[in-house]
Design a protein around this ligand. Structure first.
Ligand code: NA7
Length: 535
């Protein structure tokens, strides 16, 4: 541990969501002095900020939880198949209390910048409190979906009503009773919020740019017998999940497999009917080629379009709600009564692709078709995903190189955990790792464990720094692209590609496939951190 004597902390962790919380716990276990810096007022990350009506996790609750403590997973009781935001937040609070995490956390504090001091071999972080803290290790646990995207609507300042973003929802209750509300955006957040806002508001106008595929969530109270069954063998349940590409769903019904094209129409219908009725993720699981064969994909897509046409009474509105892109290219949404909401007399659907929003006015939004009077606008317009929060802090590495410059043409990492030129900086679920294509809790724990083990190794072998090698990073970027290229993922404008943010480089950011990824991370560590320079 040479050259780093003057640091304030051994490690600084940015973010107190599920990644930052577990990172603190693991590093404390190594005897490190750690400080977590969090811009929110408490723990929970995504679940602290996304308090909009209807917010729920799309991963099932028996899986969307930590596995590092068996006592914790045995004692915590989830109530529903898909947990609500308040329930997940109370889980985060329980974990913070149980492991006494808050005493090393600093809330309501934003990290404005971070720079590697080569002479002192430490990271210096500037905080909005005016303080600077230094640490040997800087761990960015800033989340994949935490930098809110608010579209640049001309004259938005002139709007006289209230505005909200789903990802920065107020902590006080929001009451839309008697109001005319506009929701912009029909991704997961919009699709969850729209049915509930429609029930409360006097009138709801939905401004849709691209229709999305949504499958019934099939949410329900958890069956006590199935909970007992999972808890009796939780470790095995976790192990089986970790062997699957998205790291969840080992209990989802097994499909026919093979190509959709080889199945008879009756077999296809049976699979899709069953999966649609069962609800939740797993709709595409009947066959193996939904995300690699366009024709097969279109059979599944057409099935969903048929369900939309069955549900929505006005055929013209139904057609407007029918997505045309590849199904699964954007993350599939799960809903409760989304399409049926468009049968309500107080709901209007506006297609802002054919009639774009021109500007905001004092009284509402003006499209090329006319003005829509509104009292409130809800932005369900998503996030600058995967890189947004990292680039906001914009760490400066060796030679003062800003991450923004290094990533000008798209993110470059080794293992989605580290970047060449940025010693002792780790990213939890960074671009180039499976992250958003998996159960995030599983990916978070795998990353945190890898980072903690790495830091322990450095201590045991008296190394001060670890840094990804440029050639290892180049090969990794190539690998992530090569895996994604033959799939259907690059065919639409998704946030996986950064295509939702004007000007963002179009690069497929996540690594597809959890098990081979974990194998690669473990192999690097087992070989004495192959692909890294240890100094
Ligand atoms: P998403 O999935 O990025 O959805 C954002 C929505 O907002 C989507 O329908 C966008 O249309 C729409 N959008 C974005 N910018 C605009 C503008 N300028 N005008 C009109 N419409 C716009 O974010 P969510 O918060 O719903 O979900 C994010 C993830 O959180 C989700 O996948 C789950 O993992 C949980 P577009 O499709 O870009 O045309």
């Amino acid at each position: 541990m040479t050259g780093c004597e003057r640091v304030t902390f051994d490690a600084v962790v940015v973010g107190a969501g599920f990644a930052g919380m577990f990172m603190l716990h693991r590093l404390r276990g190594l005897g490190l002095d750690v400080r977590v810096i969090e811009r929110g007022g408490d723990v929970g990350g995504t679940w602290y900020w996304n308090r909009y009506p209807g917010a729920r996790c799309d991963i099932e609750s028996m899986e969307y939880s930590y596995q590092f403590s068996d006592a914790l997973q045995q004692q915590w009781e989830w109530s529903e198949r898909h947990a609500t935001q308040p329930e997940i937040l109370s889980y985060a609070n329980h974990v913070a209390d149980r492991f006494d995490l808050r005493r090393d956390m600093q809330f309501d504090t934003e990290v404005l910048g971070a720079a590697f001091d080569e002479a002192a071999c430490c990271w210096r972080l500037d905080l909005d409190s005016g303080d600077t803290v230094s640490a040997r290790f800087c761990i960015m646990a800033t989340g994949c979906l935490s930098s809110a995207n608010v579209p640049d609507i001309p004259a938005l300042d002139s709007f006289g009503g209230s505005t909200f973003h789903t990802g920065r929802w107020p902590h006080e209750p929001v009451d839309f009773t008697g109001l005319r509300v506009g929701v912009i955006g029909t991704g997961s957040s919009g699709i969850q919020a729209i049915p509930l806002i429609a029930e409360q508001a006097a009138h709801l106008t939905v401004f849709q740019r691209t229709p999305n595929y949504s499958i019934p969530a099939g949410n329900r109270p958890l069956d006590p017998e199935s909970v007992r069954d999972i808890k009796a063998n939780y470790a095995e349940f976790r192990r089986l999940n970790s062997l699957r590409s998205p790291a969840f769903g080992s209990r989802n019904p097994v499909g026919i497999g093979g190509s959709t094209l080889d199945a008879t129409p009756a077999q296809r219908k049976e699979q899709f009917d069953f999966r649609w009725g069962r609800g939740g993720f797993g709709f595409l699981g009947g066959f193996d080629d939904a995300l690699v064969n366009e024709e097969s994909n279109n059979i599944a897509a057409e099935y969903v379009r048929e369900r939309i046409r069955d549900t929505v009474e006005d055929p013209e509105i139904a057609e407007r709600l029918c997505p045309r892109q590849v199904i699964g290219c954007k993350r599939i949404c799960l809903d409760t009564n989304y399409y049926a909401t468009f049968n309500r007399s107080n709901v209007t659907l506006v297609d802002v692709k054919s009639t774009p929003i021109r500007r905001a006015t004092t009284f509402g939004l003006e499209t090329t078709e006319g003005e829509f009077p509104l009292d409130s606008i809800v932005f369900a317009t998503g996030f600058d995903a995967m890189t947004g929060a990292l680039l906001q802090v914009n760490p400066h590495g060796r030679g003062g190189e800003p991450l923004r410059k290094k990533w000008e043409a798209g993110p470059r990492t080794f293992l989605g955990l580290t970047a060449a030129g940025f010693p002792n900086l780790f990213m939890i679920s960074g671009p180039g790792s499976p992250s958003v294509l998996t159960n995030m809790m599983v990916s978070i724990e795998q990353h945190v464990n890898w980072v903690a083990d790495c830091i322990a190794y450095l201590g045991q072998h008296d190394y001060s720094t670890i840094e990804a090698r440029a050639e290892a990073e180049d090969a990794w970027v190539e690998r992530v692209n090569a895996i994604a290229a033959p799939t259907l993922y690059p065919t639409c404008n998704s946030w996986y590609l950064g295509a939702n943010i004007p000007g963002k480089p179009r690069v497929f950011m996540p690594h597809i496939g959890f098990p081979p990824y974990v194998e690669r991370c473990n192999a690097a560590a087992d070989a004495g951190y192959e692909g890294f320079t240890l100094a």
